[in-house]
Design a protein around this ligand. Structure first.
Ligand SMILES: Nc1nc2c(c(=O)[nH]1)N[C@H]1C(S)=C(S)[C@@H](COP(=O)(O)OP(=O)(O)OC[C@H]3O[C@@H](n4cnc5c(=O)[nH]c(N)nc54)[C@H](O)[C@@H]3O)O[C@H]1N2
Ligand SMILES: Nc1nc2c(c(=O)[nH]1)N[C@H]1C(S)=C(S)[C@@H](COP(=O)(O)OP(=O)(O)OC[C@H]3O[C@@H](n4cnc5c(=O)[nH]c(N)nc54)[C@H](O)[C@@H]3O)O[C@H]1N2
Ligand SMILES: [Mo]
Length: 714
């Protein structure tokens, strides 16, 4: 074939000089990162495809992955380190060298440590996870207990609920399950590779129950869809328990031998008859009965939770405790096909091998450090999670109590993820010194004194593993663009300049990875021989029912229907020992007068397939799929308010108002408005008060606010 034609067809080979390089897309969910084949010519990516041999995405890519070139070659990319030269927020920055940037940061961090103590410096990680173990260790090696992350709104609260019930969380073992209770996830939008695995499992005969207030693609393939009012999950789970207990469908042997507090729990759930459940949740009583019977009698059955929606409520952890209790009740905990305990290998994912990651981040000497941010306000979080609760950060900056916070070293902070982002931005502005590293010039970068440019996943090497017992150590497909560097290079460079007393941090990323991987028998050298990733040679067989030997990692040593961790506080309104149902702090049930003025439930942030928080608004392909900020509204509600598709409307809560377009859709329930988050010009988080939080986890109630909707005259 003519070379010109081959070039046009982007056919790789020596004649065209096009090479296919393997990498991963890290734009969305950190648990699941799609393998990508990048077609590279003259050091530039000219085409992207999903990697066929990657067992997670199996060749697929979503709209975001397909737009990778617009992400990597975006005009918003930071190009050099920058130093602020005008007042904060004025956007006046000057390029500086890496040496000047890192020297300034080192000098400042040494200064705050000397003058105010190491705890006055916060080490923060936004969404990206790949650099976290190293930042975590750097914080402790520097002497600060204040390692904070975006997990203050994501994942950890779901894990907390499981830890309170079982001690050790059990993940959904879809491969061996005969029934799955998908409690709020929508992988078709948030986790596209897993959506494929779900469809395959359905073809094999898997029964699917979906609990979601919206009609999603996941709900569309369900055998039963329980379309509940947002934030009423606890009441639904208790009504399901009521049916399972009263119809004697529970696992009596497990309950008798391995649980604590069953009698009180059984007594408590009596009030949640399916009819009462219907009254609170809006789900018909008969559907509750059907779902309870299907879940309890189709064994093994697994609960597939999500990192966020259920816990994005002021009653979130309790609601999920009620949900996870069902796994114990039916004997589906730590069995294959149920909620199976397979401890994470690396970065939250269980990939079939053991590592020393926990040991790596758990440096000795922490007990001598000052209390972490949020530890008094959120004692249960403090007990169960090895990081500070970042929702308390703005308050501590403002009050200086119990000690002042002076500086922050951030890797991808986005103040818009906080409730009341304006308050967060004003609080950050009170800090003496802020460093932010990011790929793009963002609103949050504009608050920083020094901005450092980092590269994307296709320009770096990183370690990832997959639930399919697969592991990859990527190689850069292209050189880091402009003067950008990798996050971990910056961390190791700073560790050296700060002269931290830590042998491992004075080495480099690969040496540390080899140290972490040591128990697995895997090495970076071996992984490099498999650029597209490899099967784990001898996957660990975790076995079942490990509690028979080890007991449960709870205070009672049993599965706890009644939590001893919460019971000890003796504050049932905040920390109920039973998984009690408490309505969302603002709701028809809890604040009827408020609901009269603000009659809609405002549910924010359900994932759209083409957006990841604020990040892909800037890509032309993805932006074109929803060019303007729009709120989803049921046509029946719209009709009552005289609103048509595309009209300009205002969403208003007691905390603020935003103006957006109306998108009429039957996906949402009547009475519920749904709005995506993160838009600079229509930031729905402004409608949320900074202290609208779950007392157990500290998570914001992003998904059950009250609001009113008004049409705006054009
Ligand atoms: N209203 C509402 N608010 C929400 C939610 C909701 O559902 N509703 N969801 C919450 C949840 S679950 C989450 S996880 C948070 C997410 O909140 P954030 O973590 O703040 O999410 P992003 O804005 O996507 O990412 C933060 C920054 O990291 C940068 N970044 C990306 N990759 C890298 C990298 O490799 N290195 C560095 N240094 N930076 C990088 C991005 O460019 C971005 O500017 O939002 C929360 N906020
Ligand atoms: N495309 C894309 N993918 C993403 C992300 C993204 O921003 N964009 N973000 C990543 C992140 S940070 C996260 S945490 C995950 C989230 O992953 P998922 O949880 O799968 O995604 P969501 O769309 O947030 O929520 C799933 C469903 O929960 C429902 N839901 C809302 N409120 C309630 C409630 O009160 N109860 C119940 N039972 N269900 C409710 C919503 O209607 C939605 O359909 O996605 C990750 N993947
Ligand atoms: Mo998240």
């Amino acid at each position: 074939m003519e070379v010109n034609k081959m070039l046009k067809g982007k056919i790789p080979g020596p004649q065209t000089g096009i090479e296919v390089k393997k990498s991963i897309c890290t734009m969305c969910d950190p648990m699941t990162q799609c393998g990508m084949d990048l077609y590279v010519k003259d050091g530039r990516i000219i085409k992207v495809e999903g990697t066929k041999e990657n067992p997670y995405n199996r060749g697929g890519l979503c709209s975001k992955g397909a737009a990778t070139r617009q992400y990597v070659y975006n005009e918003d990319r930071l190009k050099t380190p920058l130093k602020r030269v005008g007042p904060r927020g004025s956007g006046q920055y000057e390029p500086i060298s890496w040496d000047e940037a890192l020297d300034t940061i080192t000098e400042k961090l040494n200064h705050y440590k000397r003058e105010y103590g190491p705890e006055s410096v916060v080490f923060f990680s936004g969404y990206a996870k790949w650099h976290r173990p190293f930042l975590h260790r750097l914080a402790y090696a520097y002497g600060s207990p204040n390692y904070l992350t975006e997990s203050s709104t994501c994942f950890q609260a779901m894990a907390m609920a499981q830890k309170l019930v079982f001690g050790l969380p059990g993940g959904p073992d879809l491969k061996n399950a005969r029934c799955v209770l998908i409690w709020s996830a929508n992988p078709f939008h948030s986790n596209t590779g897993n959506a494929g695995h779900l469809v395959d499992a359905k073809k094999r005969g898997l029964k699917i129950i979906v609990v979601d207030p919206r009609i999603t693609p996941t709900a569309n393939i369900a055998d039963i869809h329980l379309q509940l009012k947002p934030g009423t999950d606890g009441a639904l789970a208790l009504a399901i328990a009521n049916v399972i207990i009263n119809e004697k469908l529970y696992d009596a042997e497990f309950v008798q031998n391995h649980t604590y507090g069953f009698d009180e729990y059984r007594h408590y759930v009596q009030q949640f008859t399916p009819e009462k459940g219907e009254e609170i949740t809006g789900v018909p009583a008969d559907k509750i009965r059907k779902a309870a019977r299907l879940y309890a009698t189709t064994k093994p059955a697994t609960i597939m939770p999500s990192a966020s929606p259920v816990v994005h409520h002021t009653n979130g952890v309790n609601n999920y405790r009620a949900v996870f209790s069902l796994a114990g009740l039916t004997g589906n905990y730590d069995v294959l096909g149920g909620n199976h305990v397979a401890p994470p290998s690396y970065l939250y994912v269980s990939g079939g091998f053991k590592t020393r990651l926990g040991e790596f981040t758990n440096l000795p000497g922490q007990e001598k450090m000052a209390p972490r941010i949020g530890s008094t306000q959120f004692p249960v979080w403090e007990e169960l999670v090895d990081e500070g609760q970042a929702m308390e950060l703005p308050n501590q900056i403002q009050s200086g109590k119990p000690y002042p916070i002076k500086a922050m070293l951030a890797f991808g902070i986005n103040y818009r993820m906080w409730p009341d982002p304006q308050y967060m931005a004003e609080s950050l502005d009170k800090l003496d010194f802020i460093v932010n590293t990011d790929i793009f010039m963002t609103d949050s970068c504009q608050l920083a004194d020094i901005i450092l440019p980092v590269c994307t996943s296709v320009e770096r090497s990183e370690l990832r593993c997959y639930a399919q017992n697969y592991v990859i150590y990527t190689q850069p497909a292209i050189e880091p663009l402009y003067e950008s560097r990798t996050d971990v290079d910056i961390i190791f460079d700073l560790a050296q300049r700060l002269k931290v007393d830590d042998e491992l941090l004075n080495t480099d990323y690969e040496t540390c990875l080899d140290w972490i991987l040591e128990p697995s028998g895997l090495t970076i050298e071996e992984l490099k021989k498999h650029p597209g990733g490899m099967r784990v040679p001898h996957p660990v067989d975790w076995g079942e029912k490990k509690y028979l030997k080890n007991g449960f990692k709870t205070p009672s040593g049993k599965m706890e229907f009644k939590s001893k961790v919460l019971e000890k506080y003796n504050e049932p309104e905040l920390y109920p020992a039973l998984p009690a149902y408490i309505p969302p702090k603002y709701s028809q049930d809890a604040t009827p007068e408020m609901a009269e003025e603000y009659p809609f439930i405002l549910n924010t942030g359900s994932r759209l397939p083409m957006f990841v928080h604020t990040r892909t608004f800037r890509l032309p392909w993805t932006k074109a799929l929803r060019p303007e900020a729009a709120a989803d509204l049921h046509p029946a509600d719209a009709e009552k308010l005289g609103i048509s598709q595309g009209d300009t409307i205002q969403l208003k809560s007691p905390n603020g108002a935003i103006t957006v377009k109306a998108n009429l859709t039957r996906m949402v329930l009547p009475g519920v408005v749904h709005m995506y988050h993160g838009y600079s010009h229509a930031d729905v988080n402004q409608l949320i008060e900074a202290d609208y939080l779950d007392p157990i986890s500290g998570y914001p109630g992003y998904k059950s606010l009250l609001c009113k909707v008004e049409k705006v005259a054009e």
